[in-house]
Design a protein around this ligand. Structure first.
Ligand code: 4AD
Length: 458
């Protein structure tokens, strides 16, 4: 259908005075005796285009065209509204493409985000979700550009896997046979299943990413990861999008430099490419958002040793729900205190106790900690988790054995340490988490199209 996108009508001043055809959905409709005003939106911009219908002219205004949610095709001349200086169209012909009955849920101007969550197929038509998903799209392209411009190879790691990267039993099972009492053991059951062994949805592309980095030097993956953890929080979903670079010949300080540079690049591009959306989020969701992001781009992130962070938390004049001791896994309340109250900016926490981190992390000479880092940001908490990898064959095996892992499931991974092992590092950025940080949306369910959480799928 030949028509002009509304974003072009708002951007291209050369269109003023021309007769165009536009399409869209009716957002609001007002009528008086002589004139009708329809606000049309086609999803290509946050702005609604005003369609002016002179009721004393020959133009036919079908009754269905004034119903919220109806889809229209309108031909008319672009003029500039004298009061607000923005383009509008004086309608010459109006065609109703699709009618919309009165039970259309977006009749009220503002609906609560919780209410909208119940109707993912409708909420995308609001300005809020239009802005969120446009930012998501721009940011995804930005992330690809960042790595592509720097020579990283984009690798598609498998989603179905036979090995668990992060451990802790958070994997969804992949099976084609249901539970049956006919099998005498778990082994027998899995042997009969599709892959002939236990399989699951990958929690991370890292293990295969490391294989690729040991051949191509610098690689990244960007795809979904799955976590069956039952944490019903505003920061967890069972299916999230994961950005995972893996870099050969990089040690922990190199990795931190790359992560900081990438985050700043993403934010800078967002501020440049999505000014309307940023303004919208600033007005509706987070006062001071623009200033916050500008500060992130212009200032260095903090780098804090886990051991020092524990001391700071112990001295803190606050009653934490979870007590703090060296060796404890930091809870969200601790992470937020560090980044929001002490440093007031993004913080790389480094050198965690080895017991609370994954088997693949490089063991530090102190014998107690690993060369890991989490990036914590005010408001959201952890957005990146990464580490230098254990490149030493014996140390890696020892760490796996200490955790009672099945070495046969990781044979490819272990082999990397035998055939020309090198220092290497990588991290995982939670794509939804950085979108939350950049938009001020407080619940992860509102930055992903169809959120999957415990007890919720549609
Ligand atoms: O810290 P995580 O578990 O690290 C890994 O998976 C490593 N294998 C990554 C690597 O080194 N290549 O997860 C990395 C990031 C977290 O910081 C968080 O932002 C995000 O992934 N994440 C989640 N996001 C939403 N919902 C969940 N359930 C998430 N779990 C992790």
């Amino acid at each position: 259908m030949k028509h002009t996108d509304l974003r072009d009508v708002f951007r291209d001043t050369a269109l003023v005075g021309q007769t165009l055809t536009v399409c869209g959905w009716v957002r609001t409709a007002r009528e008086s005796k002589n004139v009708a005003f329809l606000a049309l939106n086609d999803g290509t911009t946050l702005n609604h285009l005003q369609i002016v219908v002179d009721k004393n002219s020959d133009v036919v205004l079908p009754a269905e065209a004034t119903k919220l949610g109806a889809s229209l095709k309108v031909t008319g001349k672009v003029v500039i509204n004298e009061n607000n200086g923005t383009p509008e169209i004086n309608a010459e012909e109006i065609t109703v493409l699709g009618v919309c009955p009165a039970d259309y849920p977006l009749q009220k101007k503002f609906q609560k985000l919780e209410t909208l969550r119940e109707m993912p197929h409708i909420r995308v038509r609001t300005n809020t979700f239009n802005a969120v998903f446009r930012v998501r799209s721009v940011m995804a392209a930005t992330i690809h550009r960042y790595f592509q411009e720097r020579g990283y190879v984009y690798v598609h790691t498998p989603l179905i896997t036979g090995s668990d990267c992060e451990g802790a039993g958070e994997m969804f099972k992949v099976t084609t046979i249901g539970y049956s009492r006919d099998y005498k053991s778990e082994e027998e059951y899995y042997a009969d299943d599709f892959f002939g062994k236990k399989a699951g949805l990958s929690v991370s592309g890292q293990l295969e990413g490391e294989v690729a980095a040991m051949a191509m030097g610098k690689i990244y993956t960007f795809g979904p990861s799955f976590r069956a953890e039952k944490s019903n929080t505003v920061r967890h979903v069972a299916e999230f999008w994961h950005v995972e670079p893996e870099i050969a010949f990089a040690e922990l300080p190199d990795l931190i430099e790359i992560a900081e540079d990438m985050i700043k690049y993403i934010i800078k591009e967002y501020m440049e490419k999505c000014p309307d959306e940023l303004k919208f989020f600033e007005e509706r969701f987070e006062k001071g958002l623009t200033e916050k992001l500008r500060n992130v781009v212009e200032n260095d992130f903090a780098i804090v040793d886990y051991t020092d962070a524990i001391e700071l938390l112990k001295k803190a004049d606050v009653e934490f729900e979870y007590p703090v001791e060296w060796g404890c896994d930091l809870q969200s309340e601790h992470e937020r205190y560090i980044t929001e109250k002490i440093y007031k900016k993004p913080v790389f926490l480094i050198n965690y106790p080895k017991e609370i981190k994954s088997f693949y992390m490089k063991q530090n000479p102190d014998g107690k900690t690993v060369a890991a880092t989490d990036l914590l940001v005010p408001g959201v908490g952890e957005i990146i988790g990464g580490s230098e990898r254990e490149a030493d064959y014996d140390k890696l095996l020892a760490a796996m054995r200490a955790r009672g892992m099945n070495e046969a499931d990781y044979s490819d991974y272990i082999a990397l340490r035998r055939y020309g092992t090198v220092p290497h590092s990588g991290f995982g950025l939670g794509f939804e988490r950085i979108i939350m940080y950049c938009t001020g949306m407080a619940n992860i369910r509102d930055v992903i199209f169809y959120p999957r959480t415990v007890g919720n799928i549609r």
